[in-house]
Structures are given as C-alpha cells and as structure tokens.
Write a protein that binds this ligand. Sequence first.
Ligand code: ZN
Ligand code: ZN
Ligand code: FE
Length: 753
Amino acid sequence: MAACERHRLEIAGAVQGIGFRPFVYRLACQRELSGWARNSLTGLTVEIEGAPDACAEFLSEIRDRPPPNSTVREVVDSRLPIKGSVDFVIRESQVEPIGATTEILPDLATCPDCVREIFSPENRRHHYPFTNCTQCGPRFSIVNSLPWDRQRTTMRGFEMCPACRAEFASSGDRRFHAQPIACPDCGPQLTFADETGRMLAEREEALESAARSIEAGQVVAIKGIGGFQLIADARLAAAIETLRVRKHRPAKPFALMMPDLDSVRRHCELSAFEENLLTSPAAPIVILPRLPGDDLPSMLAPGNPNLGIMLPYSPLHHLLLHRLGFPVVATSGNLSGEPLCIENDEAFLRLSSIADAFLIHDRPIARPVDDSVVRAAAGRELILRSARGLAPFSFGAALPPVLAVGGDLKAALAVTGPFGIRCGQHIGDLETEAAQNVFLRQTLDFPELCGVRPRAVACDLHPGYHGTRLAGEMGLPVVPVQHHHAHIAACLAEHEIEDEVLGVSWDGSGFGPDDTIWGGEFLLATRRDFRRIAHLRRFSLPGGELAIRQPRYAALGLLHEAGISVAETTLSAAFTDEELAVARTQIERGLNTPLTSSAGRLFDAIAALLGLRWHSEFEAQAAMELEFFAENESTGSELFPMPLDRDGTVNWEPMVRALLSDLASGAAVPSIAARFLETMSDAILGVARSVGKPMVVLSGGCFQNVRLLERTVARLRGEGFTPLWSRRAPLNDGGLALGQAAVAAARLRDKNP
Ligand code: ZN
Ligand code: ZN
Ligand code: FE
C-alpha cells in the first residue's frame, strides 16, 4: 500500500450554510480520502487521510475553488498520526459557546436550480414556496445560534420527511446537508387570512387568494424572508394612494418588485452592472433611472426620476410575481417609524389598519431583516441600506470584543471579536418605543450570535441619543465616539487603513463637542483619533428641528448669517410676515436656534433659495431634488466662488451671493444646481490641496448624492489624490456602528496590547 498521511484542517471564513461540508465530502470521496468534517464555531474542521498527492489536491481545491458564495479566509493545516480510518463521514457539530469566529451567512436569493424545480410540474417541489438548497435560501433570518445546523434554526420544529432526509443524507444530491431543506410534505406552509386574522385558505389556494386580492387593488401583507412586506399592484394609482394614506407615508418613494428582467427594462434604464446587482445572491433593491415616458403612476416616487426595483428572491415571491405578471409595490411591513413586523400575531395586530389581507406561513423569523438598497455610483455599488443578503458581514483581523450601537437614525449594530469587525443589519430609526425595544433585543441577540462578550460599548457622543442612553445602562465601560469621526473611521476600517487621512465627513447633523451641530467637517483622522482642521462656515437654524423638516428656515438662517435681506430674494414668498418676525426674534435672541456647519443643511438651504423645496416630507428630500435638477446638466467649468479662509472656514457667502444674482438675472435653476454641486466638490479639492494628505475619505450621508460623489472623486483623482469611500457598509448613519466599533477597538487595543 502506498504511503499515507493524515491532516487536520481548520477552515475559517464564510463556510457554513453554503454547502461546504457536502463539497468537502465529495472532494474526499473523489480522491479516496477517509476522515471526517464537522462545522465548528470557527468554521469547519476536516481531517483527511490518504495518499500525499490526494491530500495536497484536496487542500488546493479548498483554497482555490471553494463553492460559490463561500469565502475561505484561512486554512490551518496540521499533520496527525495515521488512524487507519476507512471512509469519510460528516460529524455532528461541536458546540462551544464563546469565541466563535465563523461567519454568519446572509440570506441568499433562490438559485436558478431551485427556481427551475418550483416551475416544473413533475418535480415534487412544484409550486412549493419554501424550496431551498445548499446554494440558496434563508440563513441569517432563521438562525438562532451557531454552528449552522437545522436544530439551531427556526426550522427545528419541522421534522424531515423520508424523501427530504434521503436528499439531506445523499452526497450526490444538491441538498446534501442543506440545513433548511423542506418540501410540501414536511416543510412550512402558506395560509391566507383576512384583515381580522380569520384563516380563509391554505397552501396553493392561499397564494391564489393573495394574487386575486392584489389584482383587485387591495393591499396584502406578505410574510417574506426577514419580515412582512406590504404588496399592492404598482400599476394602480388608487391602490398606491391607499397604501400611502394607511402607512402615513405621503411622499417617500416605494420600492417595487418586478416579475423579471424584461419588465425591469420596460420601465428603467439598466446597465450590465446594475443587472448583476439585481440578479446577485443578495438580490437587493437597486435604484434605477426610470425611462422617459414610463407609464407607472408617478406617485410611486413623486418628483423622483428613479425607481427602487428588486426581483423575486424567494420561491414565494417567484410564484406570486409569476402568477401576477405585473410589477408590485413591495414596501416594508410597518407603520412609518415603527419596526418591521416579523411575527404573525404581531402583524395581525399592527398591520390590520394597512393591509386588507395577509399571506402568512409557519416558518418563524429569528430577527428582522429588511430589504437592502444599493445604487451604482462612480463605477461600483454604493450601499444605501445593508440588510437582507448583505448583512451580516465581517472583515479585518482579530480585535478586542466591543459592541457598537450606532446612531438613532438608520440604526444598526457592529461587534468586534476574533473575526475582526462584524456589521449587523439595518434596523431602522429609533423614534418610537416599539423600535427602541426591537433595537434593545438586537443588542443582546447579535453579540450572543457572534459568540462575543463585549468588554466595552461604543456609542455616539450625542447625550440625547437613545443608543447613548442604552449604552450607559449596560454596565460596561462606554466609549463615546464623535459622529463624524465614526463616519471616517468606518471607511478606514473597511479599507484596513492605519495611516492618517483627510476625512471629509458631510451629513445632515451630528453632535459636535463644541455644542454646535456639525456636518460639514474636514478631519485629520486615524481609526483612533481625529482633529478638526476645517469646516463649512456656520449658520443658524431658527426653530432647530423644524429647520430640518422645513428647508426654508435653513435658508433664512443662511441669509441672516450672510447679512442678506430676505426681502431681496424669492424666499420671502415662502413665509408670512408673522413667521418671518418670529424667526427673526429667534435668531437675534438665540432661542431654539442652534448653530450648524452642516453640509446637508447647506444643501437644504440652497434648494429652498432655488425654490425647489420649502417643506420636506422626508429626510434629505430637498438635497435629493438638487441632485435631480442638476442631473442632465453638463458640468460647466465655471464655479461659484467659495474660498477656504485661513482659519479653516470654508466660506459659502460669496457662493450664495453669486448664486442669488444668477437666479435674479434669470439663469436656469438646473444649471445653477449643477454649478453649486460642482462648487461643493471643488471646495473639497481645495481643502485636500491645502492639507496635502494623499488619501481622502468621503463619508456621511451627503455622498449618497451621486453627482457630488462622482464629481468629487473625479476631481480628486485628477490631481493625484486617492479618494476612498465605503464599499460594503452604508456611508450614511447606517455605517456609524462600524466606525464606532473601529474607534473603540483601536483604543482598547492600544491600551492593552
Ligand atoms: Zn437553490
Ligand atoms: Zn420533505
Ligand atoms: Fe451622520
């Protein structure tokens, strides 16, 4: 007999829930290797015994050609004495509660093989809405604890039928060790109920009833992968209007689900890159430019030239959209400001005022996972919301364990540990008590799922944030992190940069240590620390919060700071005399009139001065409209003057004066809007030149403005700078937790090396 050797391989990375054990099993059998494989908390442990060549091949296959959707981060290979084993087996998982480093996979959209099966009449899973395999299906939304095994998911209550068990146990089957495996005989089932929760139909009939309700113009609440969605016929203005009124969401765009790529192309421009985003295993909502003359009702996204589109990503969605054959609104199943519903009873209670009917099922959802939102910008994807399919994700080297609670808007969590930094899913705004309770649960759930006991908790510097209060109650050392530093640190962590950079942190608002509201900041920053070296000139916000919802007040504050009389501008039409008098008193006496250096508020103010929007119906609406207006304008070389003063103040006053005089002399609003955005990106370049750091990080919600991002990137590159911005995490407040975690872990690491 030829020489034999035995190896133990510790494989770390995203290797669970992806068919990795079956893959390993097949590899071993093909090469006549004996041994075993077992999921561990650190990933996968494999022992192989056989010919040296075969062992080497096995190892290189794992390193170089792992299964799709998996990531092998490290393989530790150690030699063991020969045991004389004869076959290869998959062992039960080993459970150790703390110190887990294995990745948690996000939920994966239905793979083409499974789609084919549910539409094949001869297949035993024909029309079965919970079909999945080792390559697709729910993961993060059903896992209760690691390692990834059926009994630790919400599928534990479903006992496999003999046919599923045979597939699960057969090494040649594509469902070999697919933990959430199910079929019509043994898996979850659909139920259709009216708005009172009365059950009206089951299984295929339930789906058919839901389809008929949607066709009849009703709103149907559907239990999806990570929570409920509200579905209505996107072609019917009346249905959309009803949904808007009932959901208390007057203007914010609704996302759509379309049956297939052809129907997407009928309504939107679609590049090959965007097509890849739509059809990726994450299957996010992709923001796409609407075709001119598109006939879908404008109230889907009022005043917005784009539509948020996704494709069916679960068998249930495939079956429903195939049956309907037309686009539907598919928006999160919650009342405005409230958390996403994930439980049936909770949905009947909270969504009965919105939905006419319910399509539910009996597979529990372990945690809320909303739909992700992405957009193509500057040649790659820009993550606007990281949730289903994208979260959680981790990267970087081992760090001391910290929990970061993010901000109060677009709240999300991050933890650090042996796996580096791991970012959780978008949870939502923490305005209501219900939302705060969901968030509290996640602060306990997420570290535990990651197998981490935090040694500290990081939060925003803002004393009034819900997350800050929560952090204070955890009985752990608290690390407050300045908002705009967190924005920059998030990007530094993601790109694994240790050097000092120029951080351009532009957003709506964040607590400044000098008791003003920051938001137009230039920071010299590392992951650990920062120094503010420049900022936009401050102006006052009469009415405080009111000025955020009503850009006309931001414009008033701007004019006052510049000493420009309102009466000389068209803004005077936005106010009654009485409103003006009250605001003037507020500014003069400093009553409820904070000072801000916010870029977001400057965008708002300019939008109001241009007459685009005096009242906003949702966050950043005015700034978005500036982008839309500028969209089709070429970038003229002409700029407004916006000097960088010697004390580090970027002075917008000359820009505002020039802009107003252009407006008064009849220049077109779109061309002024384009010049304004160009001027803002030039201001960034100006500071970059004076600072001279080669790397410039762009972060904060303002850079979701694609034109601002793309122009700034182009200008910086044009002068030899390296612009960096987040690729995997949102650069809005959804990325704050990541940044806070990076700052806190860096400080802890430096304290106890
Ligand atoms: Zn599949
Ligand atoms: Zn079955
Ligand atoms: Fe922010």
